[in-house]
Design a protein around this ligand. Sequence first.
Ligand SMILES: C[S@@+](CC[C@H](N)C(=O)[O-])C[C@H]1O[C@@H](n2cnc3c(N)ncnc32)[C@H](O)[C@@H]1O
Length: 338
Amino acid sequence: MPSKTIVRKPAVQMQMEATFTQKRQPIQSIQSVKRAKSVKWLKKPDKAITGKAITGRGYQIYNASSEEMVHIPDNNVSLVLTDPPYFIDGMDNRWDNRKLQRRVKKGVVGGIPAGQKFDPAQGVNLQKFLQVVAKECFRVLKPGGFMLCFSQARLVHRTASALEYVGFEIRDMIAWQYEGQPKAFSQDHFVRKMNIPEKEKRELINQLGGRKTPQLKPRMELIVLAQKPKQGTFIENWLHYRTGLIDVQNPLIEPDGFPATIIPCKKPKEKHGHMTVKPIDLCRHLIRIFSVTNDTVLDPFMGTGTTALAALTEKRKCIGYEIDSDMIEIITKRIKSI
Ligand SMILES: C[S@@+](CC[C@H](N)C(=O)[O-])C[C@H]1O[C@@H](n2cnc3c(N)ncnc32)[C@H](O)[C@@H]1O
């Protein structure tokens, strides 16, 4: 009798199957809260509605998880512009900025720098988490509305898959081009610590020939461009919702050219105590192209509030969610400085 061959599934595939069949619990249990029927826009600035929300002229910021955006009715916002946690090395939905800062300060030698550890489960976890928030973004976006979601080269397929899974059409990929610092590191330090004779160490270092860990100098961060399916033709959808078409005549960056998929923009100098602050000009540029004056822009992962600042500067309204209360203070200060 031929022996039975046992075919083992790869560990990542098994984990994928397990995680996608589990039911996810929201971070904060707000399921009992009824969804809003309409968004009320207050005229007076900085009037707090409740302990968990800050609102003023043209903005509403919730210190809550965006896994359920009960404050926003269906088909209500025109653009989602967001930079989610990437689930790399502690930068997940339990993101603790203070802990990460401490780890970054500890330095590189002896381990991989914060934010760069490779674990195949990160992609799975990111996709699983993003699907929950993306589903809410899909619900609250007007038909034809765009969602622009920052990602990383090695996770961008997960981001796009999460968005596509909940119903978005993936339209394009945008690259924010910047001048980064090389992060690859040499192995010489580890060879010097090896328990082998000095002569062998020298030979091994010589043999490695200055080779480094597999990280090219980073020059881009990717942004997934997704669209909620429009209703009818482009014109019919536009007449009904004022979404689905892009403004190519008024770009902020490279103003004399047609808006392109590669956008050069310097990294911001001011970090506001956060590790992944995005440039305000980049956000303003995207908001100009993908929305219209007076539209409502949503950011479900506000961080220091760059999207909100860009939206208000571009005369749009902004609704945002952020779970870290320290960030809420920073967002408030930034908005007041406009
Ligand atoms: C990559 S940062 C955004 C940085 C932002 N682009 C900026 O310029 O400051 C992601 C943020 O999402 C927040 N976050 C993580 N999970 C969340 C959730 N479920 N709901 C709301 N905010 C969340 C984190 O606290 C973190 O500040």
